[in-house]
Design a protein around this ligand. Structure first.
Ligand SMILES: *Cc1c(COP(=O)(O)O)cnc(C)c1O
Length: 356
């Protein structure tokens, strides 16, 4: 009867309870001999229990499936790639635009492949409207005046070590140099779990870096990251940055929200982005692909190289000097990402492959 979806490869998600505790609490409910079959050397491991008691098990992207198979050898683990709900995560101006040009898009998001029907002018206008909403919000909350015309990079997610919110601040001189090529401004957000000391430290480090950049690169950290703020940010920035440490981003979903609003992804190749990424067409990759054998130091060097050089030599010049090319990339985000990474396709796959 059971279907089990594993959602993260991060070790703290795999709870294990000691044998004595399990026997004491469950002996009255479940015959001890049966219980004994499910308790291993290390106690009762919930993930393993779920794997053994389910007839179908899946991860949330192909990369996550592959890594889960290595973590749990002997189990047949499949993949259904995550998606986001289009109507929920599409901002007002883009909903209006899609309603006008692509009738039925909210019921059948695959119709978004027809986004080329929408003129560049209209795409740019809808995006500027959402950007203005974000600019107003930042002025009200942080008292900082963002420039509506400047290339705006967004980063928001739970503050925890593997998400690496500080990666872009690794070399502030390189970041300043990119900013001299064409103004960039940074909008960050994200809360840490109260017990996650490393996550809290990351937030402090982001704030310190932002102070160091003052006067050269405008940067703000928005408090109280919620779904409403996620909506605002994934629609209002120009570039959506994601720099997790592979292979720990099982899927990631905020980049899918960004794509629905024509916001361009610039991300480490992990989770869903491996499946959504077409270099220069749907956005840009940071660092080596999943198959590339790279030591940790080598990986980091290549990530930083991509981060700063693609920003300076590809992203900034395209944004400022090749506006039509930029808008084409925005449209490709919609046509080649949003049409696919949605809950409609995801639920259809769960229904046909797992649930029914
Ligand atoms: C979408 C969302 C997330 C998940 O974003 P990721 O990119 O997968 O980390 C987390 N928190 C909030 C509030 C969100 O809206």
């Amino acid at each position: 009867h059971c279907i089990f979806t594993t959602h993260t490869p991060v070790a703290v998600a795999f709870e294990t309870f000691p044998r004595d505790m399990v026997v004491r609490l469950l002996a009255g409910e479940i015959p001890p001999t049966l219980l004994g079959e499910y308790i291993g050397e290390e106690g009762l491991a919930l993930a393993t229990l779920a794997f053994r008691l389910s007839r179908y098990v899946n991860g949330v992207t192909t990369a996550h499936m592959n890594f889960s198979r290595r973590l749990f050898p002997g189990f047949h683990i499949r993949a259904v790639t995550n998606g986001v709900h289009p109507h929920t995560w599409t901002s007002g101006p883009f909903r209006d635009l899609y309603d006008r040009y692509i009738a039925g898009w909210a019921q059948e998001p695959e119709l978004l492949v027809r986004v080329d029907e929408i003129p560049h002018e209209d795409i740019r206008h809808a995006h500027q409207q959402e950007k203005q909403v974000l600019v107003d919000y930042v002025r009200e909350k942080n008292g900082v005046a963002l420039d509506l015309r400047a290339l705006t990079i967004g980063f928001a997610r739970r503050a925890t070590a593997y998400k690496r919110a500080t990666l872009i601040f690794s070399d502030l001189e390189k970041l300043r140099e990119a900013g001299r090529r064409g103004a960039i401004q940074l909008v960050f957000s994200g809360k840490a779990h109260p017990a996650d000391a490393v996550g809290k430290q990351e937030i402090r480090e982001v704030h310190n870096a932002m102070r160091d950049l003052e006067g050269e690169v405008t940067a703000v950290y928005l408090e109280n990251y919620t779904m409403d703020l996620a909506s605002l940010m994934t629609a209002g920035v120009d570039v959506w940055l994601n720099t997790p440490l592979p292979p720990y981003e099982a899927s990631g979903t905020s980049g899918m929200k960004a794509a629905l609003n024509g916001v361009v992804n610039f991300s480490v190749l992990d989770g869903w982005w491996i499946e959504g990424w077409l270099e220069g067409t749907t956005g840009w990759a940071i660092g080596p692909g999943p198959g590339a054998p790279a030591s940790e130091a080598e990986r980091r060097a290549r990530e930083l190289q991509d981060l700063y050089s693609k920003l300076e030599y590809l992203i900034i010049p395209t944004y400022y000097h090749r506006r039509d090319e930029w808008t084409t990339i925005m449209r490709s985000s919609i046509a080649k990402i949003a049409y696919y990474f949605n809950t409609h396709r995801m639920m259809r796959r769960y229904a046909t492959e797992a649930y029914l």
